[in-house]
Design a protein around this ligand. Structure first.
Ligand code: C2E
Ligand code: MG
Ligand code: MG
Length: 461
C-alpha cells in the first residue's frame, strides 16, 4: 500500500498533462476504425503468429483501443494495464510467462479473459517522445524469449503507428487553420500541352527514354536501369516528364505514350541482349501511371510485348506509385497478380509518400520497395529521419522485398544507407539519367562496376 502511495507522489502530473494534450491533438480517441492502423495490427498478428494484437491509446483512466486483431476490445481500465508497465519502463516490455509474473498472474483481463500466457508491448510515441499508446501482441502460449530483431520489428510497427498518428495530427492542424494563410495565386490556365500536341509529338517520334542506373551500394555494380521519359521538343528543348506527363494523364494521351514507352524499353532490351549477352541479370524498369492500370488488358499487353521481343520477363520491371493503385483496388490487384505470374518485377515507387503505405505494401504483390528520395534527403539531418529509413528497410526485409533508396546524392547518404543494410540505391551520386547510348557505355564497364565518383563533381550537383 505504502508503495502505491509513494508511486502516486512521484507521479509527474505536469508531464501527464502535456502527454494528454499531445494525445488530444491527434484526435484519435473514440475515432472510427482506420484501415492504416488495422493494417499494422494485422501485420503484427501475422508476423508474430499472435492470438490477439491491441493498439491502444491511454486517456486519464482508460486505454482506448484503436485497432484490435483477434479480440474485439473497445477499452480497458488504465490502472494495472500494460500501458502503465510500458510507461514505467519508458520502453518495450516483454513478459514470457504471465503465470509466474507476480502482478499479472492474477490479472483479471489478461489472464482470465484472454488467457494470455505471454505478451510483448512497444510504446507508440508522439513526435517529441511522449508515450501516447502501446502496441501489444498476446499469445496463449508461454513463448521463448524474444529475439532482438523480433523486438525491433515490434518497435518498428509501433513507430509506423506513431507516424500515422502524427499525420493525423498534422491534418487536424491544417483543418483548424482554415483556408491556407498564403493565397495561392492561380497561374494562367494550363493550356499546353494539349492532346493534339502530345499526339503530334508521338507521331513525330519526339519522345525519348533516358536511363538511370540502379546500383548495389556496396560494390557500385549496376543491377538495373530505370527508364525515364523526356520530350525532345523542337523549340522548347529537352522537357522533363513533370512538364507533360500530368497533362497526358488528364487527357488520356498517357495510354498511347505509355504503350510506346513499354514497347521502346522492350526493343532496347532486345538490342542490348544482342550486343551484350551477359545483360540478362540487369532489370530495366518502366514507370506506369494510374490510367494504365485501370485499363483492361495491361497484363496481356505486356505478355504480348515480351513474346514479340523475345526478352525474358525477369529483365522487365514495372514501377508504380501508391496513388496509382488506390483508384481501383480490385482491378489493380488482378492486374498486378497477373503481371507477377508472368515473372515481371513489380516495384513500389516513392514509398512513404502515400497515406497508407503499409496497407498497400501488404495487399499488393510487390518485389521491390523504392524509398522515396525525400527520406534519403533528410537522413543526414538527425536521428528521427534516419529511424524512418531504418523502419522502412525493416518492413521491406520482413515482407521479403528488396529495397532501393532513391535520390542518393552524397557520400554521407550512401554511407548511412550502407550501414543500415540498404542493399540497392539510385541517384545522382552514382549516375544521372542519360541517353541509351551513354548508358550502354556504362553497361560495358568491366563487371558493370561504376568508377568511384569524382567527389567534387558529386558535390557540384
Ligand atoms: P520517379 O519514377 O520517382 O523517378 C525518379 C526521378 O528522380 C527522376 O526524375 C530522376 O531523374 C530523379 N532523380 C534520380 N536521382 C536523383 C537524385 O539523386 N536527386 C534528385 N534530385 N533527383 C533524382 P524525372 O526523370 O524528372 O522523372 C520524374 C517522374 O516522372 C518519375 O519519378 C516518374 O514518376 C515520372 N515518369 C518518368 N518517366 C515516366 C514514364 O515513362 N511514364 C510515366 N507514366 N511516368 C514517368
Ligand atoms: Mg520510378
Ligand atoms: Mg521514385
Amino acid at each position: 500500500m505504502a508503495q502505491v502511495e509513494l508511486a502516486e507522489l512521484d507521479f509527474d502530473w505536469q508531464d501527464e498533462d502535456a502527454r494528454l494534450a499531445a494525445l488530444a491533438a491527434t484526435g484519435i480517441l473514440d475515432s472510427p476504425p482506420e484501415s492504416s492502423f488495422d493494417a499494422i495490427t494485422r501485420l503484427a498478428a501475422e508476423y508474430f503468429q499472435a492470438d490477439t494484437v491491441l493498439l491502444g491509446f491511454a486517456d486519464v483512466s482508460r486505454v482506448w483501443i484503436k485497432s484490435s486483431w483477434g479480440e474485439p476490445v473497445r477499452e480497458l481500465p488504465r490502472k494495472d494495464s500494460i500501458f502503465e508497465m510500458v510507461m514505467a519502463e519508458d520502453g518495450p516490455v516483454v513478459v514470457a510467462d504471465t503465470a509466474t509474473h507476480p502482478v499479472l498472474m492474477t490479472h483479471r483481463y489478461i489472464c482470465r479473459r484472454l488467457e494470455v500466457h505471454s505478451f510483448a508491448s512497444a510504446p507508440v510515441r508522439s513526435c517529441d517522445g511522449k508515450i501516447l499508446g502501446v502496441l501489444t501482441i498476446f499469445s496463449s502460449q508461454p513463448r521463448r524469449p524474444m529475439a532482438l530483431d523480433e523486438l525491433r520489428m515490434l518497435e518498428s510497427l509501433a513507430e509506423m503507428a506513431a507516424s500515422q498518428l502524427e499525420l493525423r495530427r498534422l491534418r487536424r492542424v491544417m483543418e483548424t487553420c482554415g483556408p491556407h494563410p498564403v493565397r495561392i495565386v492561380k497561374g494562367p490556365e494550363k493550356s499546353w500541352p494539349r492532346r493534339p500536341d502530345l499526339r503530334a509529338a508521338l507521331e513525330q517520334r519526339q519522345f525519348v527514354l533516358h536511363y538511370q542506373p540502379e546500383v548495389e551500394i556496396a560494390t557500385r555494380r549496376i543491377v538495373g536501369l530505370e527508364a525515364l521519359i523526356r520530350w525532345q521538343h523542337p523549340e522548347r528543348g529537352l522537357l522533363p516528364p513533370a512538364e507533360f506527363i500530368p497533362a497526358a494523364e488528364e487527357n488520356g494521351m498517357i495510354l498511347p505514350i505509355g504503350d510506346w514507352g513499354l514497347a521502346e524499353v522492350c526493343r532496347q532490351i532486345q538490342e542490348w541482349n544482342c550486343e551484350m549477352p551477359s545483360l540478362s541479370s540487369v532489370r530495366v524498369c518502366v514507370n506506369l501511371s494510374a490510367p494504365q492500370f485501370s485499363r483492361e488488358g495491361l497484363a496481356d499487353h505486356v505478355e504480348a510485348l515480351l513474346m514479340r521481343s523475345s526478352i525474358s520477363s525477369g529483365q522487365l520491371g514495372l514501377e508504380m506509385t501508391e496513388s496509382s493503385l488506390v483508384s481501383d483496388q480490385p482491378t489493380a490487384l488482378d492486374v498486378l497478380s497477373h503481371l507477377r505470374k508472368l515473372g515481371v518485377s513489380l516495384l513500389m515507387d516513392d514509398f512513404g509518400t502515400g497515406y497508407s503505405s503499409l496497407q498497400h505494401l501488404h495487399s499488393f504483390p510487390f518485389d521491390v520497395l523504392k524509398i522515396d528520395r525525400s527520406f534519403v534527403n533528410r537522413m543526414t539531418q538527425g536521428e528521427q529521419p534516419r529511424q524512418i529509413v531504418r523502419t522502412i528497410l525493416e518492413l521491406a526485409r520482413v515482407m521479403g522485398m528488396d529495397a532501393v533508396a532513391e535520390g542518393i546524392e552524397t557520400p554521407a547518404q550512401q554511407h548511412l544507407l550502407d550501414e543500415m543494410g540498404c542493399r540497392y540505391g539510385q541517384g545522382f551520386f552514382y549516375a544521372r539519367p542519360m541517353s541509351a547510348e551513354a548508358v550502354t557505355r556504362l553497361l560495358e564497364l568491366p563487371g558493370r562496376i561504376l568508377p568511384e565518383p569524382d567527389l567534387q563533381a558529386a558535390h557540384a550537383h
